[in-house]
Design a protein. Structure first.
Length: 172
């Protein structure tokens, strides 16, 4: 089992019966994938998708993630999740609270780590959200996902190492 977490930034549009509008989203995607060791194996497992649209909504969904090896270290990751959206948006009429389905296709660097359970990832993605109570209302977004460990843990370890004047794991 290896897991990965990424912070995403995406842009897109509201479509269908919704008034066509610009969409900016921030996401956190997390998967724990089970399967064979190495980059050449299909892996599957639970996935979580958390999102905010223009910081005026809070959306959470859970489901399944599927990793399909295409080239060594560069797989396609498909996720399908269902959940609920809490929206407070005065700009767009028709964006109400309700159940959602999220489908995401991501591709990028995600090499198997033989030394740790955490798997670094950097992806480009395309994501679609459908309002399950009104399926004619949907959104389409695309963007990038940056690994949370690379954004926060690695810089923190660098600062610790800098202030201690040496690598943190090196004996004195």
């Amino acid at each position: 089992m290896q897991w990965s977490s990424r912070l995403g930034f995406g842009f897109g549009a509201a479509m269908g019966e919704l008034e066509r509008a610009f969409v900016y989203e921030n996401t956190i995607r997390i998967e724990a994938l089970f399967g064979g060791r190495g980059d050449e194996h299909v892996r599957i497992g639970p996935a979580i998708d958390l999102r905010t649209r223009l910081f005026r909504s809070a959306e959470g969904s859970a489901g399944v993630g599927l990793l399909l090896p295409i080239a060594r270290g560069y797989p396609i990751v498909l996720t399908a999740t269902a959940g609920y959206a809490f929206r407070r948006d005065d700009v767009l009429a028709g964006w109400e609270d309700g159940p959602i389905f999220v489908g995401t296709l991501a591709w990028g660097y995600r090499s198997y780590d033989f030394h740790d359970r955490y798997q670094l990832g950097f992806h480009v993605f395309v994501s679609s959200r459908v309002h399950l109570d009104q399926v004619s209302r949907w959104e389409l977004t695309a963007g990038i996902e940056l690994d949370l460990e690379m954004l926060f843990v690695v810089p923190a370890r660098f600062l610790v190492s800098l202030f201690r004047r040496g690598p943190p794991d090196e004996p004195e």
